[in-house]
Design a protein around this ligand. Structure first.
Ligand code: ADP
Ligand code: MG
Length: 573
């Protein structure tokens, strides 16, 4: 269905036309007519399916001369980036229509500027819930005339803890308003909000998960424990995406990885929620205009961000949620283009999680071997050949060749030296492949060890097999990779290979033992140990080496731990 089959004003049709939209997407086809009628709507459809236009076009269309002075439409978005992005898009829809003023209000930016903008009269306000609440409290944003409230990415807003703010806003706007909600998922909390704040809503659900994913080729690489950074560098060097996103699960990882990539000569920039607004805007702009070729981001920071021409997505960490996987890889292959998604996994646990994702998305994720330096050199040879064959030479170049010839270096030799130099510069900094490929056998005998400390001990009736089972499960390493386990009253220490300690601490981030979430840290001796027992001079009760479970079969080691594992599996499916 074409946009001009809708009963839209000429101004809107012209704007849509200028944006190059012809056919409506499915969610647009189904929701725009209802929204124009003033109905309450709950819309579910994947990322990249044009939800902004689905609510933005009716919003702009509904503005009349009478709305000049007051805020009549309020749009809530989970992040500043999304608020800015929605605002930009709405301004495009409003390009030919007089009297539409939209304003984005979000945290981390000057309050005064926003107040000033609101004072001049914004009939459409797009904001993050926290900052919107701020403006309501200061009475710089008045809700009396609001006739439409739109919650964009409602599930994400709830995930981010905005529930109270959202409910408070919904309770304060006039009751006869239109309430519109877009969400990728429909957890109970969203249903509750729908029931409480919407009137006879129409539910629209577009099943495009498969379609979106179908256009994206998906691969995974098995990487040795703790070697994902090296592996990523090899992959980036091999595939040379002009524009790629790399996803990590933590802000710290985003910072570390960005720094590593920059050090290795990649034009990478990081994006996460702890950064100042100005920095975030700078990063987004440099990624959009391709000054930065790689954007390293957390899920929340990157949620819904719409940058065209992203040709690859890398999952450095596996996403914590299957739905996130779809969101992530949906950053590539947007608007019908094809794209590629690469996932790095270490250990059996992650392979198992990846299989669960594969089931969930109904798409094949194929294994690929990590490219080695020689593979990369072979690829570079090819790309250099075509680069050179397409390049133009100028008189400066011939000048140099003539000078070299005078020194006895002929053209062939000169060209060869230059090419070699170029090849070297592109491949010298690459890490060694062997360090990134997974070892087939995991025994770390003779390797240097350190201790990690876990904040449960006898007080929680912990036995060594609980600890070992949980560690094996969380890391995908084998029981034999772990050394001595000492259980104290309130904490436990475990000997681990030093080279893997960082990886182990990372991958036990959400580890549970006996149903209790635990904290795992590097053990720095008794003085700095936060979990230290108040009793002094306590002796460990279990010593892994003396006890027999070191020889137990894996199944026995797991036996205490299996119920929890089963529960988790059920939850997944
Ligand atoms: P979502 O909010 O569902 O993730 P967006 O609103 O960010 O999706 O839209 C994704 C991309 O698709 C944007 O670049 C947008 O400009 C484009 N788009 C939206 N609707 C259409 C359409 N009808 N035709 C072509 N492109 C569209
Ligand atoms: Mg969106």
């Amino acid at each position: 269905m074409h946009f001009n089959e809708l009963n839209l004003s000429q101004e809107l049709l012209r704007a849509v036309d200028e944006l190059g939209y012809t056919e409506m997407t499915e969610i647009q086809q189904q929701s725009i007519p209802l929204l124009l009628e003033g109905r309450d709507v709950v819309g579910r459809s994947n990322t990249g399916t044009g939800k902004t236009a689905a609510f933005g076009i009716p919003a702009v269309e509904s503005i009349t001369e009478a709305d000049r002075k007051s805020t009549v439409i309020l749009i809530l978005c989970p992040t500043r980036e999304l608020a800015m992005q929605a605002n930009e898009e709405i301004r495009k829809f409003a390009k030919f229509k007089e009297g539409v003023k939209s304003s984005a209000i979000y945290g981390g930016a000057s309050m005064e500027k926003q107040i000033h903008e609101l004072k001049r009269g914004a009939n459409i306000v797009i904001g993050t819930p926290g900052r919107v609440m701020d403006h309501i409290r200061r009475r710089t944003l008045k809700l009396d005339n609001i006739r439409t409230v739109i919650l964009d990415e409602a599930d994400e807003m709830l995930n981010m803890g905005f529930r109270e703010d959202i409910e408070s806003i919904l309770a304060d706007v006039p009751e006869d308003r239109q309430t519109v909600l877009f969400s990728a998922t429909m957890p109970k909390e969203i249903m509750a909000i729908t029931e409480k704040y919407q009137t006879d809503p129409v539910h629209i659900k577009i099943k495009t998960a498969q379609k979106t994913v179908e256009l994206i080729e998906q691969f995974y690489f098995e990487v040795a424990m703790g070697r994902k950074t090296d592996a990523l560098k090899l992959l980036l060097a091999a595939y040379r995406p002009a524009s790629a996103m790399v996803f990590c699960n933590t802000k710290v990882m985003v910072d570390q990885l960005t720094e590593e990539l920059v050090k290795s000569g990649f034009r990478a920039a990081g994006l996460h929620g702890d950064m100042k607004q100005i920095q975030r805007t700078q990063v987004m702009n440099s990624f959009k205009n391709k000054a930065a070729e790689i954007l390293v981001a957390t899920d929340v920071a990157a949620r819904g961000i719409d940058v065209s021409g992203v040709d690859a997505v890398f999952n450095y960490d596996l996403p914590q949620d299957n739905e996130y996987y779809i969101h992530r890889i949906g950053r590539t292959g947007r608007a019908g283009r094809t794209g590629t998604a690469y996932t790095l996994i270490s250990g059996r646990k992650q392979l198992y999680d990846l299989r669960a994702i594969e089931k969930y998305t109904h798409a094949e994720i194929r294994e690929m071997p990590l490219p080695g330096k020689s593979d990369i050199i072979a690829m570079k040879k090819e790309s250099l050949t075509s680069e050179i064959s397409e390049a133009q030479a100028g008189h400066n170049a011939y000048d140099i060749l003539d000078r070299l010839a005078a020194q006895g270096i002929d053209y062939r030799e000169a060209a060869a030296r230059l090419i070699e130099k170029q090849l070297k510069s592109e491949t010298d900094a690459l890490p060694d492949l062997e360090s990134a490929r997974p070892l087939k056998k995991g025994r770390n005998s003779g390797a240097k060890t350190v201790k990690i400390v876990i904040n449960v001990g006898r007080n929680r009736r912990i036995a060594p097999n609980f600890i070992l089972g949980a560690l094996v499960d969380a890391t995908g390493m084998t029981g034999r990779d772990f050394g001595k386990i000492d259980i104290f009253d309130e904490h436990t220490t475990v000997e681990v290979p030093e080279a893997e300690s960082e990886y182990i601490i990372d991958s036990t981030d959400s580890m549970k033992i006996n149903g209790n979430k635990v904290e795992v840290k590097l053990y720095k001796g008794s003085d700095s140990d936060r979990f230290k027992s108040r009793r002094s001079g306590e002796k460990p009760r279990f010593d892994r080496k003396k006890k027999a479970y070191g020889n137990k079969k894996r199944a026995e080691i797991f036996s205490d731990y299996i119920p929890d594992r089963k529960k988790r599996m059920k939850k997944r499916h």
